[in-house]
Design a protein around this ligand. Structure first.
Ligand code: HEC
Ligand code: HEC
Length: 274
């Protein structure tokens, strides 16, 4: 009986292992074990990493809920559902909380026509916690991306958009102005880029909401660049102030200038006729 190839190969294999070389089967097994080990530990690692970020987010939301119940629930309700003293916050988004608390408007101190800006009462971390808590209740506009806030957008496009959409309340130079019933559109001088963006997407009080269909994120970045530009040039050149003084002073300027010219021409004509 002829020996089967299986039996024949045995001595060959053991000779190989004696010389320190692995058989192809052993290498394949080793590779498999290696792959499984790497894959398994990678899966374990990523699972624990994502579990870690999930716990961090949960911790932030929990912290926010605690702060909310202590500082905001009296007006907005225990789960932000709203009361007679303050609106429902489901769906206002992290952007609204970051704006309202970050500019010191909330927690509101006294009821009046408009939430006053006060010194900010919470740390950045606490504001982030409050924002995550409110955002966890219902989807809403988020805190804007850093790259939209650099202020290196198209200033002239921003100026045009500002003139059309914002100037009727905030004045062409962003100096602010009175509205009806004791309300006012504040000056936009020195407002942070993030807060300008958040005001546009959340529309505080009488201000309309400018969503991304109305004014695209890039257009918003251009408006921010324009406001940054006039802020800086207002500080540097006072000539620009003429533009921000309004129609009355501009009219006065023209009037004095024109009247002066007429007087000068009259004097010259009289002198000539003599
Ligand atoms: C004394 C009552 C009061 C307290 C306390 C208070 N709020 Fe308000 N909040 C209001 C009122 C009234 C408004 C609506 C009027 C306004 O925006 O000026 C408002 C508006 C808001 C808005 C804007 C909602 C929107 O539609 O954009 C947010 C966000 C908000 N509050 C968050 C908070 C947070 C967070 C706290 C706690 C840190 C807080 N508020 C504490 C009364 C209060
Ligand atoms: C109908 C009038 C109106 C228009 C139009 C309007 N705003 Fe406002 N804006 C307001 C009012 C009123 C407030 C104050 C809200 C408050 O105090 O809760 C405000 C607040 C703001 C703030 C917050 C300022 C601060 O001191 O924290 C910014 C920034 C802002 N507006 C930017 C804009 C921009 C940019 C546009 C145009 C895209 C615009 N607004 C259009 C009325 C308006």
């Amino acid at each position: 009986m002829a020996p089967s190839p299986h039996i024949q190969s045995r001595p060959a294999r053991s000779r190989k292992s004696r010389t320190g070389r692995r058989s192809p089967v052993a290498s394949a097994m080793l590779l498999l074990v290696g792959l499984l080990a790497t894959g398994g530990s990678y899966a374990l690692f990523t699972a624990s990493a994502s579990a870690e970020t999930t716990t961090q987010v949960t911790q932030l939301v929990d912290e926010g809920q605690r702060l909310f119940q202590a500082n905001c629930a009296s007006c907005h309700g225990l789960s932000a559902e709203g009361t007679v003293a303050g609106p429902n916050l489901h769906g206002v988004g992290a952007a609204a909380v970051d704006f309202q608390v970050g500019t010191g408007r909330m927690p509101m101190a006294a009821s009046g026509p408009q939430a006053e800006q006060k010194p900010v009462q919470f740390t950045d971390e606490q504001i982030a916690a409050l924002a995550s808590y409110v955002a966890s209740l219902a989807p809403g506009p988020g805190i804007p991306d850093e790259n939209l806030l650099g202020g290196d957008g198209d200033v002239s496009n921003g100026a045009e958009l500002f003139r059309v959409n914002c100037a009727m309340c905030h004045n062409v130079a962003g100096a602010g102005g009175a509205l009806t019933e004791g309300k006012y559109a504040p000056s936009l001088k020195d407002v942070s880029a993030a807060h300008i963006y958040e005001a546009m997407v959340t529309g505080p009080q009488n201000m309309p909401v400018f969503n991304d269909l109305n004014i695209t994120p890039q257009d918003k970045a251009d408006i921010i660049s324009y406001l940054k530009f006039i802020n800086e040039s207002n500080n540097a050149v006072s000539v620009i102030d003429l533009g921000s003084l309004g129609p009355v002073s501009e009219g006065l300027f023209v009037w004095i200038f024109a009247l002066g010219s007429i007087v000068a021409i009259t004097v010259w004509l009289t002198a000539k006729s003599n």
